[in-house]
Design a binder for this molecule. Structure first.
Ligand SMILES: Nc1ccn([C@@H]2O[C@H](COP(=O)(O)O)[C@@H](O)[C@H]2O)c(=O)n1
Ligand code: CDI
Length: 167
């Protein structure tokens, strides 16, 4: 199979996504589909504010030049208020598969000062992996602090490797 340009359809494609949310008291903190216990601050967002899943979804979309989640779930649409971000990933996975690709592995970096997330690494990786129908071993999750530079802020970055599964 070739593209209209005459180039072969790529067997693998790389995607990259980011997200950031302000943190405030009285909001929940959900990362990768996991509700973080004992978080003093949570994300201020239109949806459930899951910055890990937003970055992962954007990474998948960008790998196929399909825009970003705001194109599919505008934050001006009341329909998406409080949206469970697992639904965003589910829809994005459908779009990826419709184009003949599937995610092979994902790497996520979360920059957050508190709480310490290391003890939840496996739970978050497993949750993201389940959403993408991947083994846990294919989802890498790293945590960083901002060294106190952004204590009321969560920042996420994700890369996705997409592999062609159909012509
Ligand atoms: N919310 C976080 C942030 C970081 N960690 C872990 O702490 C270690 C040191 O982080 P630095 O930003 O100071 O390099 C690192 O091993 C992180 O995994 C964490 O568990 N939770
Ligand atoms: C998820 C959406 C839609 O509810 O809103 P937010 O929760 O504010 O999150 P953001 O990362 O700004 O992505 C835009 C929107 O698609």
């Amino acid at each position: 199979m070739v593209l209209s340009s005459g180039s072969p359809i790529p067997a693998i494609r790389i995607g990259y996504g980011e997200d950031a949310h302000r943190l405030a008291a009285g909001h929940s903190l959900i990362l990768g589909g996991v509700a973080i216990p004992d978080a003093a601050l949570g994300t201020v967002a239109h949806s459930d504010g899951d910055a890990v899943l937003h970055a992962v979804a954007d990474a998948l979309l960008s790998g196929l030049a399909l825009g970003d989640i705001g194109d599919y779930f505008p934050d001006t649409d009341p329909l998406w208020a409080g949206l469970d971000s697992r639904a965003i990933v589910g829809r994005v996975l459908e779009l990826v598969r419709e184009r003949g690709y599937a995610p092979s592995n994902i790497a996520v970096v979360v920059t957050l000062d508190r709480p310490k997330l290391g003890p939840l690494r496996s739970q978050i990786a497993r949750s993201v992996a389940e959403l993408l129908c991947l083994p846990e071993s294919e989802v890498g999750v790293s945590f960083k602090t901002s060294e106190g530079l952004a204590p009321a802020h969560v920042q996420t970055r994700a890369t996705a490797l997409l592999t062609r599964i159909a012509d």
